[in-house]
Ligand binder design. Structure first.
Ligand code: GKR
Ligand code: MG
Length: 432
């Protein structure tokens, strides 16, 4: 009988990638976003890779996993999951936090280990990861243009400055977007470069009137065939959500997290015909019973980094189908390993109705040998080749790790960044 590989080594490399000064409900993006790249190496020298959001806490926890994972068979991800749960315990819902992103530990760690294991399994059996999720339902995966209010600047060393030699989207990416006209210009530049066919505006930055006006300006500029969405990251009250939700009825394809919590979302949902989407109120399997009981959303924006990997995300598709929810995808600043995993998952999910989110156009770094992914008409083709179909570029990894060491950032904190610009800025759970 063939001997299956065993994990013999784990490399955990925190990296910092250039990120422009994007505004959101929690403040402002720092000049660098943190990611962690995980490499699992088997005793027959097959390497599986993955990428997750980075914080020192998660990096420490990943190091803690080393002894638990070394010697395990990468085909046995159920066993690995049981081992990690026994060690870390299931994350409590409260550990997710109040911000638009997710602060739970176990889901991130398991996602990192599982995706790298699936990359190995794919390489061993010479099949792409999508085949390990049941196979392709589409050849390429559509994404949406993800617009942000932003200050002028490119992030990284340039932070709030611009590179006068930049051209094309790289030049447009640096411009400020602080009013509806600048948001339209950003959308036009992004759609021209990537061919996106739907548009999402990150809201929760300015008072709702200004942001809703930006949606109407986008509608005017792009016409009725380009679906629009807005995501105030739960900063609106129920009343504000209903008022502006009614105003945008028929204009937006969905309203994302207008207000906080499943009960408030359910109240808004009852008052509107427009579907509601969430990556903030229904964010784990523990949230599903209440979601169904109160009817808090129509679309769950999954994220394999936050739902505990690719197979857990496939389980979520079944839950969504059973309870009449749609499934689409959320994102955070990321590079190509995460994008590859999102594309494999996006190719496998049933009932694909909504182009997925991605921050990818806002990043300029890359950590894979193939270089930056290409978008054709707003979509990314499922990578060919076994596993994830992308290989780690060790030189790029070393450079981005040096960025991490130099930048001094140890966790995402958008509050620190916004206070460099507006010293008395306060985070509010509900603002308008
Ligand atoms: O990148 O600023 C951001 C977003 O606000 C992000 O952190 C959110 O998690 O994209 C996200 C969302 O849809 O809520
Ligand atoms: Mg969101």
């Amino acid at each position: 009988m063939k001997n299956f590989p065993k994990i013999k080594e784990i490399n955990i490399t925190p990296i910092a990638i250039v990120d422009p000064p994007l505004l959101n409900a929690a403040g402002l993006h720092a000049p660098y976003a943190l990611r962690i790249i995980v490499e699992l190496i088997t005793d027959d020298n097959i390497t599986g890779i993955s990428e997750i959001p980075g914080t020192t806490d998660i990096e420490i926890a990943l190091h803690e996993c080393k002894n638990l994972i070394i010697g395990q068979d990468p085909f046995q991800t159920n066993k690995i999951s049981d081992i990690l749960i026994a060690h870390f315990g299931i994350d409590k819902m409260a550990e997710r936090g109040l911000f638009p992103w997710d602060s739970r530990k176990l889901v991130h760690i398991f996602s990192a280990i599982e995706v790298a294991c699936l990359d190995i399994v794919g390489k061993v059996i010479n099949k792409p990861v999508v085949d390990l999720l049941g196979g392709k339902r589409r050849e390429s995966v559509p994404f949406a243009a993800y617009l942000f209010y932003k200050y002028e600047g490119a992030g990284g060393k340039l932070a709030f400055e611009t590179d006068p030699n930049a051209v094309g989207w790289a030049a447009a990416r640096q411009k400020s977007a602080l009013n509806p006209a600048e948001i339209v210009a950003q959308a036009q530049a992004m759609c021209k470069e990537f061919g996106f066919k739907s548009i999402k505006l990150k809201g929760g930055v300015f008072e709702p009137r200004q942001e809703v006006d930006a949606i109407f300006a986008l509608r005017e500029a792009f016409g009725e065939n380009v679906p629009l969405r807005i995501d105030p990251n739960a900063l609106w009250t129920v009343e504000t959500s209903i008022k502006y939700g009614l105003e945008m009825e028929g204009i937006i394809e969905y309203l994302e997290d207008p207000c906080r919590g499943q009960d408030n979302m359910a109240a808004v949902r009852k008052a509107l015909k427009t579907p509601l989407a969430t990556n903030m109120c229904t964010t784990s399997f523990e949230d599903i019973p209440r979601s169904i009981q109160v009817g808090s959303e129509d679309i769950i924006l999954s994220d394999h980094h936050f739902w505990g990997g690719l197979r857990a995300s496939m389980t979520l598709t079944g839950v969504c189908q059973t309870f009449g929810r749609h499934l689409s995808m959320h994102s955070n600043s990321h590079l190509g390993i995460s994008l590859a995993a999102m594309v494999h998952l996006g190719a496998a999910i049933p009932n694909f109705h909504y182009a997925l989110d991605t921050h990818y156009p806002w990043q300029s770094d890359e950590v894979i040998k193939q270089g930056r992914f290409k978008f054709e008409d707003g979509a990314v083709a499922v990578p060919e080749g076994p596993g994830l179909g992308v290989e780690l570029d060790k030189n790029a990894l070393a450079k981005l790790h040096q960025n991490y060491l130099d930048c001094g950032i140890t966790k995402r904190d958008d509050l620190i960044e916004i206070r460099k610009v507006i010293p008395d800025w306060e985070f509010k759970q509900t603002r308008w």
